[in-house]
Write a protein that binds this ligand. Structure first.
Ligand code: EPU
Length: 307
């Protein structure tokens, strides 16, 4: 049995390669798969074709003691410079990006991007998810993070999710059992989200488009563009982390190539030269300064992975 932190050896790489049809890559720089643009290599990057392949890979990881992580579009992810020991799974095939509409109920695959999801909802003339307009990322990450903006979040219209457990079994979990909180979903254990089903309302396409466009306009006016993973810190109850950081004069604070955005205080920008260490150092500097001057402990919203 391997320790979960040991790199994948050649035998294991060969076995893994045989489990997924062609979509297995080794020593993949995570900087290419995160909007932050930092992070060392993952031992293996696997895009399973379907649920059966995903189950086979999960069984392989369990049997061999190989660590495995599921990532979405890497929009809320900060990977350390040492990279990731084990297997990184990305649900990107057509099966995991399918959309099924039945009346006002819609099921979207975990691998579907928010942009494509909103396009499908406009075509189906279904309203209720306009807030995802401009939120980078996709459905699986949106559920796991309970992503949100403009007063809406993924939990609001969710009816159920379909998940795969570590033993490959697929089950449906109804909304009332899921413990959603602000920017998190608890009690998921090892389960991997395969798809999410939402109950929405009928509305005209142009009205949905108008609402989404207005939200995007606000976002573009108040948040920076470029390589960043959205807000770095969760908002403390009743307050905006960005406003606190701004009020303390921390916009523009820099460590190497990482800099607190001058547009919105809760964003950290990478000028394309930053390392993960620099980003992490900047996060800690901001956190320490806010704690020292306000007594507020900021929690990170971005997920931090790797060695
Ligand atoms: N503000 C400042 N300075 C700043 C940033 C904000 O004064 O640098 C002020 C704004 O002027 C406004 C208030 O603070 O009066 C709140 O700002 P904003 O509307 O930008 O909201 P936020 O609480 O900072 C949250 C979410 C965003 C989401 C926006 C819009 C979190 C951590 N952030 O930001 O979500 O897009 O509302 O709905 O919950 C994300 O989760 O990654 C994210 C970016």
């Amino acid at each position: 049995m391997l320790s979960v932190k040991e790199p994948l050896d050649l035998d294991l790489r060969g076995e893994l390669q045989s489990l997924a049809r062609g979509k297995v890559f080794f020593d993949v720089p995570m900087s290419q798969h995160t909007t932050f643009g930092v992070g060392g290599p993952a031992d293996a990057w696997v895009e399973p074709e379907n649920a059966a392949e995903l189950a086979a890979i999960l069984a392989f990881c369990a049997q061999k003691g190989v660590a495995r992580y599921v990532v979405g579009q890497g929009t809320n992810l900060l990977v350390k410079d040492g990279g990731i020991r084990g297997v990184v799974l990305r649900l990107r095939s057509d099966v995991f990006r399918a959309v099924k509409v039945e009346g006002t109920r819609v099921t979207a695959g975990a691998g579907l991007s928010n942009t494509k999801f909103l396009e499908a909802l406009k075509s189906a003339e279904l309203s209720g998810m306009e807030f995802i307009c401009g939120i980078p990322g996709g459905v699986g990450g949106g559920v796991m993070m309970n992503a949100g903006a403009h007063g809406g979040c993924f939990a609001d219209k969710l009816a159920e999710i379909s998940v795969m457990d570590a033993d490959g079994k697929i089950r449906v979990i109804p909304r009332n059992v899921l413990q959603f909180e602000y920017r998190s979903l608890r009690n998921m254990g090892d389960a991997i989200v395969l798809s999410a089903t939402f109950d929405l309302q009928k509305d005209a396409r142009d009205r949905i488009q108008a609402r989404a466009a207005a939200m995007l306009e606000t976002r573009n006016a108040t948040q920076p563009k470029g390589s960043n993973p959205g807000c770095v810190f969760k908002n403390p109850a009743g307050q905006s982390a960005g406003k606190i950081i701004d009020t303390l004069g921390l916009k523009g604070l820099r460590v190497g190539g990482a800099c607190v955005s001058t547009v919105h205080g809760n964003f950290i920008m990478n000028d394309r030269t930053a390392s993960s260490v620099q980003v992490l150092e900047l996060i800690e500097k901001v956190r320490a300064e806010v704690l020292a001057r306000t007594g507020i402990h900021l929690e990170t919203e971005v997920k931090i992975l790797g060695d």
